[in-house]
Write a protein that binds this ligand. Structure first.
Ligand SMILES: [Zn+2]
Length: 241
């Protein structure tokens, strides 16, 4: 949702959540509808919560920080930070919008899983425009329990119909549709740049090992192999910098 809110074509947003839970740091990047994410430890297994839901807060941790970096292409990056509320993501984002962007927001998020399969995932982010009457905000807050279990609701009806129900009397309208997909933007060129940025000393130690180097993308697990000879070429590039 943050990615789709970015206006410029080349703009992107990176969210980093550093909690004290077993999952470690979580990073998600979105440029418009293209999204990728990874965590330090993606194979965390913890029991479900008492209400049968995923214990997201238990995996992320109850304490920690969230940071949002918006790459605004031609302009200076925007960086915002806030403390985690409970590691359940939705409340953490609500807190982030209020504390860091001074934008009070209503956030509902949900993922419905069956074993390893994601059955439904959805979210709702409501932000009042300037001059929004208090009665409207009160109405939205009153209705918020209706979309508390958003992923389960989505198994019964399409999101458009749910929005019609949830916001009945408020004339909801669809202004735009954006497809979303898990898409990585890694490339050999990017991996070369990463190697060059390691600097001459680290590159030299890779060359000395004489085994080449294999880089694995955190987001999509694509592998990129560089031979000792190729590393030498990159070292010349690093030397020029
Ligand atoms: Zn990748």
């Amino acid at each position: 949702m943050l990615g789709i809110m970015m206006k410029g074509e080349k703009e992107s947003v990176t969210v980093t959540i550093k909690g004290d839970g077993p999952m470690g740091t979580l990073v998600a990047v979105a440029d418009h509808g293209k999204i990728r994410a990874c965590t330090d430890n993606p194979k965390v297994e913890i029991p479900l919560r008492e209400d049968g839901k995923l214990d997201v807060g238990g995996a992320v941790g109850r304490h920690g920080r969230m940071s949002v970096i918006k790459d605004l292409a031609m302009r200076k990056n925007y960086i915002g930070q806030s403390e985690l509320v409970n590691g359940e993501i939705a409340m953490d984002f609500a807190q982030y919008f209020t504390a860091s962007e001074q934008q009070p927001s209503l956030v509902a998020l949900g993922v419905l899983v069956n074993g390893d399969m994601v059955l439904k995932a959805g979210g709702l982010l409501i932000q009042p425009l300037p001059g929004c009457p208090d009665e409207v905000i009160d109405q939205l807050e009153l209705r918020s329990p209706m979309f508390a279990d958003i992923s389960r609701e989505m198994t019964f009806a399409p999101i458009e119909q749910l929005c019609d129900d949830w916001f009945r009397g408020m004339e909801p309208r669809v202004l735009e549709r954006t497809p979303i997909s898990y898409t990585c933007t890694c490339s050999r060129d990017r991996m070369e740049k990463a190697l060059i940025s390691m600097g001459e000393k680290d590159l030299q130690s890779l060359i000395d090992d004489d085994q080449g180097a294999e880089l694995v993308c955190h987001f999509c697990h694509s592998k990129y192999f560089f031979s000792t000879e190729q590393l030498r070429t990159l070292m010349k590039e690093a030397h020029k910098k």
